[in-house]
Design a protein around this ligand. Structure first.
Ligand SMILES: [Fe+2]
Length: 205
């Protein structure tokens, strides 16, 4: 092959576990709803910054430290994060990678999450708890977009590694991991049911 791909961007997506996903997600959905009911500050903040939706990002963002359900979830994430770090060939110099933030996102109809990244973190991710049919996926942007300048657009049938955007469908039971600098967004939820996810950050300690 005379031409090879370089400077790859990796995104990880896998089922969290192979058994009892439905039961786990029922438990998580009920705990997420309880958190929303309990979290007055979070609801107030969401009304201002996450119209139509609820996120505990600014109020209850260390759920893995305060809830046994989320602490157990953190344990389940660990092997996925390890695998992803191996794929990235990161040399951690003997230092640990640890979860620093873990929060809930509930997106009723119309709620959206505009383009953003996760500063001060190494690995970020999302776990899907409730994904009604037709709800929006997680859309990633080519990190080199701002350098394209006069470059022509890509063909519609371009190979995967040449696409400027990639959308991962939201699928309950799946965990998606990416490097925290990779910009992403969630389009408005256009279905008549709540999309529930749990997001998290890992730092290099
Ligand atoms: Fe995000």
């Amino acid at each position: 092959m005379p031409t090879r791909a370089w400077f790859s961007t990796f995104i990880y997506c896998a089922p969290l576990q192979s058994v009892r996903i439905a039961r786990l997600n029922d438990e998580l959905a009920s705990e997420c709803a309880q958190l929303r009911d309990y979290d007055t500050a979070g609801r107030r903040c969401s009304a201002k910054n996450y119209p139509g939706g609820y996120t505990s990002y600014a109020s209850l963002n260390e759920l893995h430290r305060f809830s046994s359900t989320f602490a157990a979830l953190e344990k389940k994430f660990a092997r996925h994060v390890r695998t992803f770090i191996q794929t990235l060939d990161l040399d951690l110099r003997g230092r640990a990678v640890r979860m620093t933030d873990c929060w809930v996102n509930i997106m009723p109809p119309t709620a959206a999450h505009s383009l953003h990244l996760h500063p001060l973190s190494l690995i970020s991710g999302t776990y899907y708890v409730r994904t009604p049919r037709g709800c929006p996926g997680l859309k990633f942007e080519d990190p080199r977009l701002d350098r394209f300048m006069a470059a022509p657009p890509r063909r519609t049938a371009a190979r995967r590694e040449n696409l400027s955007h990639a959308t991962y469908p939201a699928q309950a039971g799946n965990v998606v991991l990416f490097e925290s600098w990779l910009r992403h967004e969630v389009a408005a939820n256009r279905v008549d049911a709540e999309r529930i996810s749990i997001s998290f950050n890992y730092a290099w300690a």
